[in-house]
Design a protein. Structure first.
Length: 131
């Protein structure tokens, strides 16, 4: 990793954003590997950002997600999944475009959003879909 990537990871770890791998996803979000119906395991709603380190729009969205994660840290989880490192998760959700945002409410089915969202649109989605 470059120095900048390491700094970004450290910064994100200090914020309210958590990176997920397959094991973390299975423990914190849903165990969908055994063919069971979707059942969210979290204790508050979540957003999962499917991103790639090489993606310009993903880099533009990252600070917006950091702000939202801090602002709503007591109400929602914000997770990140690197599509290049977590190919099984990307395939499971049929991720073809990055960034893609999966909004997971406490009740009902998750909803997928694609592309960069302005902060105002992201906060509107949080208030209408998640809270």
């Amino acid at each position: 990793r470059s120095r900048r990537q390491r700094q970004m990871c450290i910064r994100d770890r200090n914020m309210s954003v958590t990176y997920l791998n397959k094991e973390d996803f299975t423990a914190k979000v849903a165990n969908v590997w055994n063919g069971e119906e979707w059942k969210y395991l979290g204790d508050k709603p979540a957003i999962i950002d499917f991103f790639a380190t090489w993606c310009g729009p993903c880099k533009a969205l990252s600070p917006i997600l950091d702000e939202v994660a801090d602002k709503y840290k007591d109400q929602i989880y914000v997770y990140k999944v690197d599509v290049d490192q977590q190919e099984e998760l990307s395939a499971l959700f049929n991720i073809r475009t990055v960034p893609s945002l999966l909004f997971i409410p406490m009740e009902g089915k998750p909803k997928m959003g694609r592309g960069v969202m302005p902060k105002s649109d992201l906060e509107y989605a949080i208030k209408t879909v998640l809270l």
